[in-house]
Design a protein around this ligand. Structure first.
Ligand code: ATP
Ligand code: MG
Length: 160
């Protein structure tokens, strides 16, 4: 089942110069980027994207974090891409995210540390959690004209 999913490299990933290394992880497994752009999120877009979280205690800090610099937005396509991308990204908290995942390899701080300081969990990346979430989020972030259909040729295990 071929799916598309939304990934954001958050401001900490951009500011730390990790964009290339993060994208490499998805390319390495043969996933295909079909949309890519840099966006400086405003508070309105933050509320739209994180509509499920606006009432949560950590929302203010999350909004401050996601609007503090540009993000790189990607639409990634592949077989069961929603689940596979979340596996590569790892669990929310870098403290407990296993080695080998993006959050486990490039960050380490836990939620309790962030909560005490009133800052968001800086975990480098967002990835849609479900197919429904992916469809909703891709619509928020990308126009059809910004997404591309093409064949990849560089890896034996890639999709056509
Ligand atoms: P994302 O939606 O960004 O991919 P996620 O699905 O793993 O992450 P969510 O529960 O959707 O986690 O939370 C969204 C984001 O809010 C997290 O990525 C993190 O930056 C921040 N966040 C989540 N829980 C907390 C918390 N307890 N304290 C502070 N920030 C948090
Ligand atoms: Mg989420």
């Amino acid at each position: 089942m071929i799916q598309q999913t939304l990934v954001l490299i958050k401001p900490d990933g951009v500011q730390r110069g990790l964009v290339g290394r993060i994208i490499q992880r998805f390319e390495d497994v043969g996933l295909k980027m079909v949309g890519m752009k840099m966006v400086w999120v405003d508070t309105e877009k933050s509320k739209t994207h994180y509509s499920d979280h606006v009432t949560k205690t950590f929302y203010k800090s999350l909004e401050e974090f996601i609007t503090c610099g540009p993000v790189v937005a990607l639409v990634i396509e592949g077989v069961q891409a929603v689940e596979v991308v979340r596996k590569i990204v790892g669990p929310t908290e870098p403290r407990t995210a296993p080695p080998g995942t993006i959050r486990g390899d490039f960050a380490h701080m836990g939620a309790s540390f962030s909560n005490k300081r009133g800052i968001a969990v800086k975990n480098l990346i967002h990835a849609s959690g479900t197919a429904e979430e992916a469809e909703k989020e891709i619509n928020i972030w990308f126009d059809r004209i910004e997404m591309h259909s093409y064949n990849v040729v560089y890896q034996i295990h890639s999709m056509g």
